[in-house]
Design a binder for this molecule. Structure first.
Ligand code: HEC
Ligand code: HEC
Length: 213
């Protein structure tokens, strides 16, 4: 099915139009106080600051937040608090934060650094994923760095986390109208290809705690 999608210029145009509208309209800014965010967000590094740290069950790596857009981080926290994304620990984290707390922590994570650059990994599955990603590029960027700060960058994110989220959009466990429509027609094999492609790109990173002497 994905082959049909890639070569359907209408779909790509519609998505590009969405990007244009969103950019002209201006994103809802998640303005936050970086210093306050650091104080509030330090505990988050207990999981998000440990490279390769795993979620126990189901097993996947805890997402990289370094290099992610503040707006996208903020929206994710709102979605956990509203249970549109299901994850017990992240619900517990997000539900106790005020709206301003969420904005401040998001601003702090975003201030930890720009997406990394470098040479992406290659391979057969990654190539298949690249081809399948043509329909995703209008929103997530050609190499997984999204142009609209409300849409998450995917470049360099952990493969197991990407696959986990794609399957959740498909099962409806994570509720998002846009992404549900994107994955609906894709096979599990195609989801694997896409996760491999984005994980092989360079961008997001695990922020490690800074030591102050
Ligand atoms: C016990 C470990 C743990 C702690 C502590 C934790 N997280 Fe998470 N976080 C996770 C896991 C696991 C996920 C992936 C959940 C899922 O499957 O949706 C996640 C997902 C996220 C996401 C979504 C990322 C994306 O790419 O969509 C954000 C944003 C986030 N966490 C922010 C925070 C913030 C802010 C804090 C501190 C207030 C925090 N987390 C504390 C484990 C943790
Ligand atoms: C019209 C814009 C649009 C298109 C096209 C699109 N996405 Fe998304 N994507 C989004 C938005 C918005 C979100 C955030 C949704 C949420 O909060 O759960 C998202 C979230 C994701 C996530 C979760 C990231 C994270 O950090 O939690 C993955 C993975 C993803 N998209 C992959 C894809 C793939 C693969 C395709 C192509 C098959 C695609 N997307 C096409 C807009 C888009």
């Amino acid at each position: 099915m994905v082959g049909v999608n890639i070569f359907r210029p209408g779909a790509v145009c519609a998505a590009l139009l969405l990007v244009a509208v969103a950019l002209v309209g201006g994103p809802a800014h998640a303005q936050g106080d970086v210093e306050r965010g650091e104080i509030l967000g330090n505990t988050c590094l207990g999981c998000h600051g440990i490279p390769g740290y795993r979620n126990a069950y189901p097993t996947f790596r805890v997402p990289k937040l370094g290099g992610q857009h503040a707006e996208s981080l903020y929206l994710a926290l709102v979605e956990y608090a509203e249970r549109r994304r299901s994850h017990a620990t992240m619900y517990a984290q997000a539900a106790t934060l005020s709206d301003q707390d969420k904005r401040d922590i998001s601003a702090w994570f975003a201030a930890l650094g720009e997406p990394r650059t470098g040479r992406p990994a290659t391979g057969a599955r990654i190539e298949r994923g690249r081809e399948a990603s043509a329909v995703c590029a209008a929103c997530h960027g050609q190499n997984g760095i999204s142009m609209n700060p409300e849409w998450p960058s995917l470049a360099g994110q952990h493969e197991s986390y990407l696959l986990h989220t794609l399957r959740q959009y498909k099962s409806g466990e994570r509720q998002n109208a846009i992404m549900a429509g994107q994955v609906m027609m894709l096979s599990d094999e195609e989801l694997r290809d896409l996760a491999a492609f984005y994980a092989a790109q360079v961008g997001l990173f695990t922020p490690t705690p800074r030591r102050r002497n």
